[in-house]
Design a binder for this molecule. Structure first.
Ligand code: C5P
Length: 236
């Protein structure tokens, strides 16, 4: 499979066409960004780490019955995925209060929620990815009620698989963000990446942050903690 025309460049990845209409080539970049692109850095090795971690997680999800766009890893920083039209909704699942939820509702970071919750954010850089409700999704016309139900169900199903998977290796899955797309037949398919860029992961014993908050909050060396996650997932 060959890398064709560049179709899209995002903050962390580039997407290329291939000779197969249905398959895209993804290249993970070494760029780290936070706060809607206000904070930026190039971090050697980050692309490889996220490519490998995403590969391991999508493989584990597929083995557990969650379909996704993931096809296979090709090289340290490249993978093949199925072509989908991304639904402009970030689906965030939370087990423990942190980040914007703590700010918004006043829960101390680290407070266990009585049950996992699912939130939606409108994927729009110019608007700063605002929190939205199902009513907003309806009037924006960005997903049908049936699709939103699917996002909700799949979000919780992914949590039910990933939370114990991380717990087994001594890591608490605090929260994470998922993206979904529509395939050619209109099916909603899990897409994008799942990595320490898109999850909050805390060492269950020490509470050490093993995710992008290390970069957002200047807490240390990002690649060191991403390597810890890769190793714990059996990837090293
Ligand atoms: O910032 P907030 O607390 O809402 O983030 C919730 C979760 O979603 C975190 O794991 C964060 O890394 C992830 N997220 C993301 N991309 C965004 C916003 C949040 O991966 N644009």
């Amino acid at each position: 499979m060959n890398k064709g025309q560049l179709l899209y460049e995002g903050k962390a990845k580039r997407l290329y066409a291939t000779e197969d209409e249905q398959i895209l080539f993804v290249e993970y970049k070494d760029s780290a960004t936070a706060f809607n692109g206000e904070k930026k850095a190039e971090i050697d090795g980050k692309g490889n780490l996220n490519n490998k971690i995403t590969t391991l997680i999508f493989e584990k999800l597929q083995a557990a019955g969650i379909a996704s766009h993931f096809v296979k890893q090709l090289s340290p920083n490249e993978q093949l995925v199925r072509r989908v039209d991304i639904i402009p909704i970030e689906v965030v699942v939370r087990n423990i209060a942190a980040g914007s939820l703590s700010k918004r509702l006043g829960f101390d970071e680290g407070t266990a929620l009585p049950r996992p919750i699912v939130e939606y954010y409108y994927k729009d850089d110019a608007l700063g990815d605002p929190h939205i409700t199902t009513e907003h999704i309806d009037v924006l016309g960005i997903a049908t009620a049936t699709e939103v139900e699917e996002l909700y169900k799949q979000g919780l199903a992914v949590n039910d698989i990933l939370r114990p998977l991380f717990a087994e290796v001594g890591v608490e899955l605090i929260d994470f963000k998922l993206e979904f797309g529509r395939d050619g037949a209109g099916n909603v398919l899990l897409a994008d990446e799942i990595s320490p860029d898109t999850c909050r992961l805390w060492d269950a014993t020490t509470g050490q942050k093993l995710d992008k908050d290390v970069f957002r909050r200047d807490l240390g060396n990002l690649t060191e903690v991403y390597e810890i996650i890769l190793e714990k997932l059996g990837g090293k």
